[in-house]
Design a protein around this ligand. Structure first.
Ligand code: CMP
Length: 139
């Protein structure tokens, strides 16, 4: 089925001017950017977005990092978009990521791993509405 997923190009990638290279990977895989904006999250906003990780040891570091530099948030659309996006990103830890994936090519570490993608249909719905209104989604 055609799905939509929420993608974030993280601070390590925007800072190194890799936005276009990351988007090219998604487009080459058949995903379409149907909404896109560059924003600088506050720590409160980053904390709310990642609330499910509150109890994890890396939460404070994750929130500070996501608020450290601008990010690009996008909605990607395509056949099986949620899984496809995760395949193109590669494993969370770049040391484990497959050749050709975004994280293998660009990520610096498990934390500074260049991209985020929704991990389920439920997460995609929540994360898309966290950043975008229906009017901003242009298929
Ligand atoms: P993401 O898909 O954005 O969802 C949660 C993020 O937490 C994850 O990508 C990683 O960037 C980050 N993360 C996961 N494990 C660790 C870790 N051990 N140390 C630092 N950050 C982590």
């Amino acid at each position: 089925a055609v799905e939509r997923t929420l993608s974030i190009i993280k601070p390590d990638a925007t800072k190194r001017n890799l936005t276009g290279k990351v988007v090219a990977k998604f487009e080459e895989a058949g995903l379409r950017v149907v909404a896109s904006k560059r924003i600088h999250l506050s720590a409160a906003q980053a904390g709310e977005f990642y609330a499910e990780h509150k109890e994890r040891g890396f939460y404070g570091e994750l929130v500070a990092y996501m608020a450290s530099e601008p990010v690009v948030v996008q909605v990607l659309e395509g056949e099986g978009a949620i899984l496809k996006n995760r395949e193109v990103m590669g494993a969370t830890d770049p040391a484990q990521a497959a050749d050709g994936t975004i994280r293998k090519e660009f990520a610096l570490s498990k934390g500074e791993n260049s991209v985020h993608g929704s991990d389920s249909p439920e997460a995609a719905a929540r994360e898309i509405s966290f950043f975008f209104s229906g009017l901003e989604l242009v298929g």
